[in-house]
Design a protein. Structure first.
Lengths: 458, 93
């Protein structure tokens, strides 16, 4: 009877998770959806406490308390710009927890494990360990602890392949000799190292893809743990998260016109030196304008499209940009925001950063929706973005970003770039738009420049 | 585990994957970051396994379990709280 009630609660949890995700289809219902999802988690946790396998509670309470305090602290202190590394970190924690669940189950069943138990435990430990170590490296790269440059070394792929083969070989051996725990340790350790080595060669610009992929892995690790415990709730939930991560990974790859294999093994952004040396020689040809020049153009416009890039968030200029937009709107200028899918450091990141600055979400337009509008725009105001506007993606087949869909700012009557210097963008590529006669370059800190514009227009 | 039982597990898994693809492809790009942190919180469901491991009367699994509970709880609490923090900011004019 008790067993049935617990399983019924798990079903309710799973349904609440699905409803919660479904309500994320609109910003209006999203917050309530997140609440339903959290309620589902609470029900699952409470139901589990009634499992007859649980005998003592004191350690559980300690664990829950410690975790809650740390979790609450992280959630309050994290800055919105740091969201990618936080999601990375939490992915890793989820992966680690799944790995440990696998290890505990192995110890519990030892040495009498059947084929099914052995295989699912291996899967849990391997996926969980890769998720954990890979996420930690991704976290390090995004946080600036580990170099954001792709790190490569000789025979990398062969070495990784070798390790992968050892994992496969060891797993097959274990299926027939589940009692040889040495192999379990070997597989866990190699999976851990593999996670590090797979993420190290990936450049900082590709982190959105990696974070999405690791998100998917953390779901799959939970799913595998569900198979180990024959717990349907874990299986359903893990599958949901796995699917979510894969969809986001696909969207990100498409936005950069890259295949997943290319992201994983391409060491993108490695040859930066070559491209930037070209940039310095051209610097002389570019004419700088003053905020005064720009303010006159902005004031007389009827449609201004703002293109925010990560540079805007780094300068913490979101609030000033919103102020600028509001002043322009008061003067009868229509203002829209064009959001490239990879504008931030993770999917949808720029939207969150602008929402934080109280920019209404119905003013934010996706790439496909805004591109036809640039033609009738008087000004495209590009703030801290570069690669996502670079026409080289369309017409220079030699460019590393060739084929990437871009925001077509070159169609606007005037293009204003707010840029710190002539340094190339994140992908290390020059932008030919800087040299066009209709382009106005405003050099300097994005925030300072926007503040100057606001004061001039007031 | 009997093969029939295993088959049911696979059934559930496959159907859940389809539900996941169906539901998540309808999330608009503007909410992709909250989607990631929110689904991330959901993946903390592995806490269920961690709780069972901790509560068991076996010193080594309890030790491993308690670490798993701590990390899974951080995952769950921080994930949901930060998602709420973000979603609170989304507003229409």
């Amino acid at each position: 009877m008790q067993e049935n009630l617990i399983n019924l609660s798990y079903l309710i949890s799973a349904v609440l998770f699905i409803i919660g995700l479904k309500m994320l289809s609109s910003p209006k219902t999203a917050r309530a959806g997140n609440f339903y999802s959290a309620l589902g988690m609470l029900i699952a946790i409470v139901a589990t406490l009634f499992e007859k396998e649980i005998i003592s509670y004191q350690f559980i309470i300690i664990g829950l308390l410690v975790g809650s305090i740390i979790g609450a602290f992280i959630s309050v202190t994290v800055k919105m710009t740091e969201m990618p590394q936080m999601v990375g970190l939490l992915n890793g924690f989820g992966g680690l927890a799944s790995t440990l669940v696998g290890v505990a189950e192995y110890i519990k069943q030892y040495p009498n494990l059947n084929f099914y138990e052995t295989s699912t435990i291996i899967l849990t430990i391997a996926i969980g360990a890769i998720t954990f170590s890979g996420s930690m490296v991704a976290y390090g790269k995004l946080q600036g602890i580990v170099s954001g440059q792709p790190i490569t070394y000789p025979f990398q792929k062969i070495f990784n392949l070798l390790q992968f083969l050892v994992v496969i070989g060891g797993s097959i051996f274990l299926l027939f000799h589940p009692e040889s725990y040495i192999w379990f340790i070997v597989i866990g350790v190699i999976a851990f190292i593999l996670g590090i080595l797979l993420v190290l060669p990936i450049g900082g610009a590709d982190m959105p893809v990696v974070i999405s992929l690791l998100n998917s892995y953390s779901g799959m690790a939970g799913c595998a743990a569900g198979f180990v415990l024959s717990n349907y709730c874990l299986i359903i939930t893990g599958a949901l998260v796995g699917a979510s991560g894969i969809i986001l990974t696909q969207i990100m790859c498409k936005a950069m016109n890259r295949s997943l294999t290319n992201v994983m093994f391409g060491a993108f952004g490695k040859k930066v030196e070559e491209a930037s040396s070209v940039g310095t020689s051209k610097q002389i040809a570019v004419q700088g304008y003053t905020p005064d020049d720009a303010s006159i153009v902005l004031e007389s416009a009827s449609l201004v499209i703002i293109v925010p890039g990560y540079g805007l968030a780094v300068a913490q200029a979101q609030h000033n940009v919103r102020e600028l937009a509001e002043i322009l709107e008061k003067k009868g200028v229509e203002v829209k925001y064009a959001i490239h899918p990879v504008a931030g450091r993770m999917p949808g990141h720029m939207n969150v950063l602008l929402a934080e600055a109280n920019v209404p979400y119905d003013k934010l337009y996706e790439m496909d929706a805004i591109n036809p509008e640039f033609e009738r725009a008087d000004v495209a105001l590009v703030i801290g973005a570069n690669d996502v506007t670079n026409p080289a993606a369309k017409n220079n087949s030699k460019s590393p970003i060739y084929g990437m869909p871009i925001l077509e700012v070159e169609k606007a009557k005037t293009i204003i770039f707010l840029k710190r210097s002539m340094a190339p963008g994140f992908a290390g590529i020059e932008n030919e738009l800087f040299l066009l006669p209709k382009t106005m370059m405003l050099f300097g800190d994005a925030k300072d420049t926007v503040v100057k514009l606001v004061n001039l227009l007031k | 585990m009997a093969f029939g039982e295993f088959l049911i597990t696979i059934y559930i898994f496959v159907l859940a994957v389809f539900v996941g693809f169906e539901v998540i492809s309808k999330v608009p790009p503007t909410l992709h970051t909250p989607l990631m942190s929110g689904s991330n919180a959901i993946s903390g469901i592995t806490i269920v396994g961690a709780l069972i491991a901790t509560g068991d009367n076996n010193t080594s699994t309890t030790l491993i379990g308690i670490i798993a509970v701590v990390f899974a709880t951080i995952n769950v609490v921080a994930g949901y709280a930060v998602t709420d923090r973000m979603l609170k900011m989304f507003r229409k004019k």
